[in-house]
Write a new protein. Sequence first.
Length: 267
Amino acid sequence: MPGSLRLLGGLALAGWLVLPLLPLLGWSVAQGWRYPDLLPDRLSAKAWSFALSPQSGVLQSFGITTLIAAATTAIALLIGLPAGRALGLHRFRGRGLVLLLLLAPALLPGIATVFGLHGILLRAGLVGTVPGVILAHLVPVLPYATLVLAAVFARFDPAFEDQARSLGATRWQVFRNVTLPAILPGLLTAALFAFLVSWSQYLLTLSIGAGRVQTLPLLLFSFASAGRNDITAAIALLYILPGLLILAVTARRITGRGAALTERLHP
């Protein structure tokens, strides 16, 4: 009985999450859908044909957005991993200030952050370039990655690393065989957050990209402003696809498969 209730609860939650996508699916194939009609007058694949055509620029923007989000995620993890380890395992003077600075991008008004970054990157000659947009995305992304990894390392026991080193393991072997399996679910969670935060950036991309870096959120807003509901719906469905795919691939590990090394070593 409890299992059945959990199943019903999961199905209800999944249905609630999928429900907002149904109108998008309807709009993407609708041709003449007016209130108060429950269903479109006619169905057409014109919106999808245009969205997937080279003329629309959607596929090109999809590729650029994926590149920026993937690069931002990789850099954020490279920086956030040692920073999260230091914050999670050590108590040092100024730790509270470091945490406050990490939270600052979330506390400050977004427009203030944009103007500050624009001035810095303009002097560096990076406005209107993909590397400039990646650097700008690191500002909101890096706190998520670092704080998630800090929480992961707060539950990690470095004594296991010491034991591996005492048995002759190199630093790389310790990281690959001891540290990485223990932090992998948290690392994937940090990567997921980092990718989605970068993927959804609009204001930073618009300002730093200066209209020359056309990502999917910019293109989506452009068609929505033009009143093209059918094309907007098709792009919106493409827009949420990477997040769903990444979540589907990583969900099993994030929810605890391969969980903490401490649980395996302490029966």
